[in-house]
Ligand binder design. Structure first.
Ligand SMILES: NC(=O)c1ccc[n+]([C@@H]2O[C@H](COP(=O)([O-])OP(=O)(O)OC[C@H]3O[C@@H](n4cnc5c(N)ncnc54)[C@H](O)[C@@H]3O)[C@@H](O)[C@H]2O)c1
Length: 259
């Protein structure tokens, strides 16, 4: 399949988890891919595994100068950038708001929100030079409602929604679409390993059993939606938000025996 032939895609946080799944699928469908991540070992390893049409670029999404270099390297390697996936994100260690220190708040907002802002800012001129393209911002179901103990993360993902809509309005006439994806709980190190500063991973406390689709999300679930949204089939979709959570936000499904 070559749905993404002649497309150049930059995926932040592309070295692992959902980002790596997006990278693999886009590359398999013909795109040139730039794996942009702070994890040089895994990122370079994935680029080497994929071979032609794949590059690793070290990027800390919270640093503006890092973004300028990543976009420049992408254009140098593959020509015009046509798709940006703002996927890199980090979780805060669980804590009440009153026990959350300012440094944690700032770190989470810097990466999840400011990183997405800087990505749009750096990529928009490149996408315009390409004649148009698409931006996907990965938010979260935690950006739809409140979640106790996760205030920095929740606030960062809510804000990404406003940024997505605003960017869609600003860039639409340049043929650049901007959409957001809200994954539920997805089986990646994000939930199977403790967040920096905490001892236990989210997976220790979470069970999908009560929900309509009683399983964890897999990176491939999210990738399937991302491929649709970045493809020409989605040409009329912008400023939109897609919840992909197996029914998590619907709340517990009643058991048949209870009917
Ligand atoms: N896994 C879930 O349950 C879940 C649910 C909803 C939303 N999300 C969101 O999905 C996105 C991907 O998460 P994941 O599950 O793949 O997590 P993950 O922890 O498996 O992967 C995150 C990747 O981002 C990279 N990264 C971290 N900080 C970075 C920085 N400053 N600059 C560049 N790269 C950085 C990491 O090295 C890693 O490769 C995140 O935005 C996350 O908030 C995840």
């Amino acid at each position: 399949m070559s749905r993404f032939e002649k497309q150049t895609v930059l995926v932040t946080g592309g070295a692992g988890g959902q980002g790596a799944s997006h990278v693999r699928a886009l590359h398999a469908e013909g795109a040139d891919v730039v794996i942009a991540d702070i994890d040089a070992e895994r990122g370079a390893g994935l680029a080497a595994e994929l071979g032609d049409g794949a590059r690793f670029v070290r990027l800390d999404v919270s640093r503006e100068e890092s973004w300028a270099a990543a976009v420049a390297e992408t254009e140098k390697a593959f020509g015009a950038l046509t798709i940006l996936v703002n996927n890199a994100g980090v979780q805060n260690p669980p804590a009440l708001i009153e026990s959350t220190d300012r440094a944690t708040w700032t770190r989470i907002l810097d990466i999840n929100l400011t990183g997405t802002f800087l990505g749009i800012k750096a990529a928009a001129p490149a996408l315009r030079r390409a004649g148009g393209g698409s931006i996907i911002n990965i938010a979260s179901t935690m950006g739809i409602g409140g979640t106790a103990f996760y205030a920095p993360y929740v606030a960062s993902k809510w804000a990404v929604r406003g940024l997505t809509q605003t960017a869609a309005l600003e860039l639409g006439r340049d043929n650049i679409r901007v959409n957001a994806i809200h994954p539920g709980v997805v089986a990646t190190p994000f939930i199977t390993e403790p967040a920096a500063g905490s001892d236990a991973p989210i997976a220790d406390f979470y069970s999908p059993e009560p929900f309509a689709v009683p399983r964890l999300g897999q990176p491939a679930d999210i990738t399937a939606l991302l491929l649709f949204l970045t493809s020409p089939q989605a040409a009329f979709i912008t400023g939109a938000e897609y919840v992909i959570d197996g029914g998590l936000l619907l709340g517990p499904a009643l058991r048949k025996e209870a009917a």
